[in-house]
Design a protein around this ligand. Structure first.
Ligand code: HEC
Ligand code: HEC
Ligand code: HEC
Ligand code: HEC
Ligand code: HEC
Ligand code: HEC
Ligand code: HEC
Ligand code: HEC
Length: 347
């Protein structure tokens, strides 16, 4: 019995010691921590490795290579995109095409849009980077205290005139830029981020450090006063709007879609209303026997809005409206809505 036990114990020991032989603990990952929770799609990675120990670093996220670099310094920093839910990271160090080290890590990207990703699984939690001391970063980055430029006041009314002419703002004075530069590398950048005034929303005195200054949507209404006025006192409010989660649909920083929507409008709406994507509901109420007839909801130009694609937002206001079902401007069950596009088609 005992000999057998020792034998098993020994073979288990062998089994676990094997990978350690292949990977020689070359790479030290400083960030992220195992099982961290993120809100958005960017993850920073910082690692160090002995000089000349590897000639290539490859980073896989859920088995897809998302970054590869030739290490030149002892310390390397990079950013990779995250998918919703669990992201299995594999950081591979290679030398002459052989894997010399492979570090595995899991990170969870949360989302209010997809209910199964709203809460992180057991064991995953937020890991606040700025709550810890990072003296090893400070040798190359300005991490200690933010500057005036990070908190430049934004006047939303004057913004368009002031900023749109200066095409590329060089955020040389931002103390956030050197690490967070990827956050604005999208086609549509939100005003305050475009000028790198990060502290208009993030509080350097808060705990956790750089928490947002006010809860959403109060935060948004600090500047979007007009928006608040226009939408107050409406008869009906869309559930995600009234539950005050602007971030379900809008990214506060930047994205690939106008209004920095997290996804193109159609995908966004269909994520929560999967039965409405084919547009049957548009016609069903109007013509008897058309239950199986579809109406376009995307992929064609919108006759009522030049330069826009037809989407759910051509007929619905995503926030609030005086008519039920958030039909834009017009009443439901009157042909006014239909005429908005179908009369114009004629000329
Ligand atoms: C040896 C100097 C050095 C140290 C130490 C260092 N960095 Fe960097 N870091 C850089 C340089 C240089 C860049 C600019 C990116 C480049 O050109 O490779 C950078 C860029 C970054 C980026 C942006 C990467 C991207 O894809 O845009 C992040 C995030 C970052 N560093 C985080 C950190 C963190 C966190 C630490 C501490 C754990 C740290 N850095 C320590 C030199 C350093
Ligand atoms: C040395 C690099 C570095 C600098 C400089 C830096 N950050 Fe970060 N920050 C990080 C890293 C790494 C994370 C972890 C999240 C990630 O992967 O992007 C982070 C996370 C955050 C978070 C999420 C909360 C947290 O603590 O994890 C906020 C908010 C934030 N940074 C704001 C800022 C602002 C505002 C500035 C400028 C005043 C700034 N950061 C400067 C590296 C840096
Ligand atoms: C319009 C307001 C606003 C501005 C301006 C803003 N942020 Fe944020 N930021 C937010 C909100 C809201 C969150 C989500 C916070 C939360 O849920 O705890 C956030 C979260 C973050 C995070 C955490 C990311 C994650 O995946 O967990 C980082 C990093 C960050 N911001 C960096 C920045 C930097 C750098 C700037 C300046 C370029 C900036 N922010 C400007 C509103 C803003
Ligand atoms: C510090 C001021 C400020 C805060 C806070 C702020 N915004 Fe903005 N927002 C702006 C500016 C400036 C613009 C650009 C206006 C322009 O282009 O005319 C803008 C533009 C927008 C637009 C696009 C408007 C359009 O017509 O294209 C949306 C959507 C938006 N913000 C949503 C939000 C949300 C959601 C929040 C809260 C998370 C928020 N904003 C917080 C200043 C702010
Ligand atoms: C259900 C998704 C959704 C939610 C939640 C949402 N929005 Fe929007 N928002 C949109 C869409 C879609 C558009 C673009 C409409 C269009 O193209 O006509 C938009 C456009 C905007 C605009 C610019 C155009 C306009 O109508 O003024 C602002 C500003 C804005 N949203 C602010 C907010 C604020 C503030 C909140 C939270 C209180 C919020 N949104 C919540 C989907 C949403
Ligand atoms: C995060 C989930 C979510 C997103 C995203 C979302 N909705 Fe909704 N929507 C709801 C909920 C919840 C309700 C209220 C429950 C219901 O009546 O079905 C609702 C109700 C509605 C209604 C009224 C239903 C009724 O019978 O009165 C319309 C119309 C609507 N949404 C359109 C849209 C459009 C258009 C978009 C995209 C701009 C969108 N929704 C995006 C969750 C969402
Ligand atoms: C061409 C105009 C139009 C488009 C495009 C459109 N809708 Fe509608 N939608 C309507 C009308 C009209 C109603 C009201 C039907 C009624 O009163 O029975 C409606 C009703 C709804 C309702 C309430 C439930 C119901 O079936 O009555 C939801 C939810 C909804 N739409 C979601 C969407 C989503 C999501 C999209 C995009 C995929 C979309 N709609 C695209 C016109 C449109
Ligand atoms: C925002 C613009 C818009 C609105 C509002 C709109 N439509 Fe349409 N509709 C279109 C476009 C675009 C097409 C596709 C035309 C084409 O392919 O030439 C279309 C196609 C149709 C079709 C043909 C569908 C098929 O089988 O191919 C019918 C029927 C129709 N619409 C009925 C309606 C009715 C009824 C309403 C009012 C509830 C309405 N539409 C509101 C833009 C709109």
């Amino acid at each position: 019995m005992r000999i057998r036990f020792i034998y098993y114990a020994f073979s288990i020991f062998l089994l676990f010691s094997l990978p350690a032989e292949a990977g020689q603990n070359i790479v030290t990952v400083h960030y992220p921590a195992e099982r961290a929770v993120m809100e958005f799609n960017l993850l920073s990675i910082s690692l160090s490795l002995p000089q000349d120990s590897a000639d290539l670093i490859e980073i896989e996220v859920n088995s897809k290579i998302r970054a590869s670099i030739v290490p030149r310094r002892k310390f390397e920093c990079l950013t990779v995109p995250l998918e919703l839910g669990i992201n299995e990271l594999s950081i591979k160090a290679k030398k002459e095409d052989k894997i010399v080290d492979d570090v595995a890590l899991n990170v969870f990207r949360r989302s209010d849009l997809v209910s199964k990703y709203a809460k992180p699984p057991a064991g995953f939690e937020k890991n606040y980077f700025h709550m810890k001391d990072h003296s090893q970063c400070a040798t190359c980055h300005h991490v200690l205290e933010p500057t005036e430029a990070d908190n430049e006041a934004i006047n939303i009314e004057a913004y368009a005139a002031e900023v749109s002419e200066k095409k590329a703002v060089v955020p040389s004075e931002s103390s956030c830029y050197s690490c967070h530069r990827e956050i604005t590398s999208y086609s549509f950048v939100h005003g305050p981020n475009f000028v790198w005034s990060c502290l208009t929303c993030h509080d350097s005195q808060a705990e956790p450090k750089y928490s947002i200054k006010y809860p959403v949507p109060e935060l948004c209404y600090k500047c979007h006063v007009e928006q608040k006025k226009r939408r107050s006192g409406k008869k009906s409010y869309h559930a995600p709007y009234i539950t005050e989660k602007c971030g379900i649909c809008h990214n506060p920083h930047a994205s690939e879609n106008p209004c920095r929507l997290d996804q193109p409008i159609w995908l966004l709406c269909v994520a929560c209303h999967p039965d409405h994507g084919d547009g049957r509901h548009v016609i069903a109420a109007y013509f008897w026997g058309t239950r199986h007839r579809k109406h376009p909801t995307h992929g064609v130009p919108d006759p009522s809005r030049k330069g826009h694609e037809l989407t759910c937002a051509s007929c619905h206001d995503a926030h609030a409206s005086d008519s039920p079902k958030f039909i834009t401007k017009y009443d439901t069950r009157s042909f006014d809505l239909c005429m908005k596009c179908h009369m114009k088609n004629k000329h």
